[in-house]
Design a protein around this ligand. Structure first.
Ligand code: ADP
Ligand code: 5GP
Length: 185
């Protein structure tokens, strides 16, 4: 049965491989639209403004919140992150599926405001592998890694709140599973 395209949220602990899986999937299926979040985090090497994130300062972020421009927002490991509302609603209005890659707090807000949204949790094969990936990425200091691992414990404990869980053992495998959930293939 072909259903109305809907909003899908992909969440999971930092370092589990969300960005890697989504990038792999979109390289094959560029038609999958991914919301570009606003964040006060500083860009990592290779991250481009307007592509990976809209990089903003605290004042700009506060204005977006005050103006109601964000569908959801959260503080994660010391930085603000939020989903620009208009672009998402425009896509849904056009009947196109929408993918958000956001944290647990954001996923909960989306569930409240859009109960029809599909919530997908990306889980690591093991805790040790999550630590290895997050550390191996080499983009954060040990203090930030520790903050993110503390958040990961909370996120892993909330897995049952999600409609589906995908275990990121193989990027190809999990990208194919996500495409199926998005109704793209
Ligand atoms: P997230 O977006 O969830 O924070 P990333 O996509 O940045 O995570 O991935 C974190 C690290 O794990 C990266 O170095 C990435 O190359 C690696 N990685 C992602 N998926 C896998 C996988 N299936 N097997 C091994 N390493 C992976
Ligand atoms: P990172 O700094 O590693 O890019 O992202 C840190 C966390 O913030 C990840 O869990 C990511 O999914 C989440 N995130 C990214 N954009 C948003 C957003 O717009 N809203 C929320 N709530 N979380 C986000």
């Amino acid at each position: 049965m072909s259903e109305r395209p809907r909003l899908t949220v992909l969440s999971g602990p930092s370092g589990v491989g969300k960005s890697t899986v989504v990038a792999f999937m979109r390289a094959q299926h560029p038609e999958v639209w991914l919301s570009v979040s606003a964040t006060t985090r500083k860009p990592r090497p290779g991250e481009r403004n307007g592509v990976h994130y809209h990089f903003v300062d605290e004042d700009q972020f506060a204005k977006m919140v005050a103006n109601g421009e964000l569908l959801e927002w959260a503080v994660f490991a010391g930085n603000h992150y939020g989903t620009p509302r208009k672009a998402v609603l425009d896509k849904l209005e056009l009947g196109e599926p929408v993918l958000l890659e956001i944290d647990l707090q954001g996923a909960r807000q989306v569930r409240e405001s859009m109960p029809e949204a599909q919530l997908v949790f990306l889980a690591p094969p093991s805790w040790e592998e999550l630590v290895r990936r997050l550390t191996g990425r080499g983009t954060e200091s040990q203090a930030v890694i520790d903050q993110r691992l503390a958040a990961a414990k909370v996120e892993l404990a909330a897995e049952s709140e999600f409609d589906a869980t995908l275990v990121n053992t193989s990027v190809e495998g999990v990208a194919a599973e996500l495409l199926a959930l998005l109704n793209v293939v």
